[in-house]
Design a protein around this ligand. Structure first.
Ligand SMILES: Cc1cc2nc3c(=O)[nH]c(=O)nc-3n(C[C@H](O)[C@H](O)[C@H](O)COP(=O)(O)OP(=O)(O)OC[C@H]3O[C@@H](n4cnc5c(N)ncnc54)[C@H](O)[C@@H]3O)c2cc1C
Ligand code: FES
Length: 353
């Protein structure tokens, strides 16, 4: 491994397979694979989850974030690397996990964008809309893109809140994080931002329209972003026209709750759609204005379990989409799989590491 300047296009081969692809100069190895339509395993694309671990068999690779939390010191010592955080410096052979379920449905592309819209939602959430210079915005509801901000080290994953469109618009609900380099820059310096690049789409937690089941969406904080896109995808889908949709949204206090306000307009008749909101530190049972809004106290996974039990609903009768902070994602996965035996292939999630 070394740091260096990038040669021209290089060729990458997956060991013990007939898979090979090219990487453009400076492109992370994972993204080069996905751009070529190869299903290299990954989740966060941000160095945090460890799903994209590979081993270098031959060639030279630059580790672009040696402190990335997604890989431990012992694995690094054994020569393992994160495919999302390394760039090939020569032709390479790597050992990597490749599976059909990671194969992109839309090939990711890098494009220049400019900020064209800003809409505050709560005290710390706002919707940012970017327009791409090539006029393209092609993605599945629930996917994310990587945003490069000049002056901020590394790129940040943000999940689209809108649907694919012919105007080249990419919208994201972004949360201002205490001390966060990218989110504070976006909130505070948005009018002066230049040289922005978006690379995407990425992610496998996108809406599956071929399902016999009803649908539950769960989000906390900025997890609202992909849930808005998925809900809009459901509202528009003829295949999902008869499906019941339940949205569970969690915040710390009442001032964090905003899902019902954002979602009610998608299902104006309301008959197959409910939003259940909960605060971990708020009031018990408060009911607020809004057609579908019922507010509970508790962590959102507990509220979800209580609600399904109270209404005698079968946990296995739903597809689940959930996005937000890692503790919420872990709690939901544990609860749904271990306690209620929901099969793994009914769970689609992104952990906002
Ligand atoms: C799949 C996915 C989807 C997401 N969707 C959303 C969304 O829709 N809305 C939203 O508000 N947030 C989303 N996030 C979280 C978002 O990507 C940022 O982590 C968050 O905005 C905090 O960034 P920050 O720069 O403000 O904070 P910081 O603390 O400055 O940065 C935190 C993150 O930046 C990355 N990072 C830090 N240093 C480096 C480095 N040297 N090289 C590479 N990467 C580095 C890491 O991913 C780290 O978790 C998502 C995260 C993931 C993984
Ligand atoms: S996909 Fe590389 S660490 Fe998560």
């Amino acid at each position: 491994m070394k740091t260096g300047s990038y040669p021209g296009k290089v060729s990458i081969r997956i060991a013990d397979s007939d898979i090979d692809f090219h990487a453009e100069p400076g492109d992370p190895l994972l993204r080069a694979a996905l751009r070529s339509g190869i299903g290299m395993a990954y989740d966060c694309n941000s160095g945090g989850c460890g799903s994209c671990q590979i081993e270098l068999v031959e060639g030279e690779i630059e580790d672009i974030w040696p402190d990335a939390p997604g890989i431990g010191a012992r694995a690094r010592k054994r020569g393992r690397l994160l495919a999302c955080q390394c760039r090939p410096l020569s032709d390479c052979v790597v050992e990597a996990r490749v599976e059909d379920r990671f194969r992109p449905v839309v090939l990711p592309q890098r494009r220049s964008v400019r900020l064209v819209g800003f809409r505050p939602i709560t005290h710390d959430l706002a919707e940012f809309t970017f327009a791409s210079e090539d006029g393209k915005a092609d993605f599945q509801p629930g996917q994310y893109a990587m945003l490069a901000l000049p002056g901020v080290e590394g790129e940040r994953a943000y999940s689209m809140a809108n649907l694919a469109n012919a105007e080249g618009q990419w919208s994201f609900v972004i949360k201002r994080m205490a001390g966060g380099a990218a989110s504070n820059r976006l909130f505070d310096e948005r009018e002066a931002l230049e040289g922005l690049e978006l690379d995407g789409p990425y992610g496998t937690a996108y809406l599956r329209e071929e399902t016999p089941r009803d649908i539950i969406l769960v989000a906390g904080g900025s997890g609202l972003s992909p849930i808005l896109s998925i809900a809009a995808g459901i509202a528009r889908s003829e295949k999902l026209a008869g499906k019941r949709v339940m949205v569970f949204y969690g915040g710390r206090e009442a001032k964090d709750l905003c899902a019902a306000r954002q979602l009610d307009r998608l299902f104006p008749d309301g008959h197959r759609f409910e939003v259940i909101e909960a605060t971990s530190e708020g009031e018990e049972g408060a009911r607020e204005a809004g057609a579908s809004r019922v507010q509970y106290k508790g962590f959102i996974h507990e509220v979800l379990a209580a609600y399904l039990k109270e209404n005698a609903l079968d946990f296995g009768g739903f597809d689940y989409y959930f996005c937000g902070p890692p503790p919420m994602i872990n709690a939901l996965n544990r609860m749904l799989q271990l306690e209620f035996n929901v099969p793994e292939d009914q769970l689609f999630f992104d952990s906002f590491l």
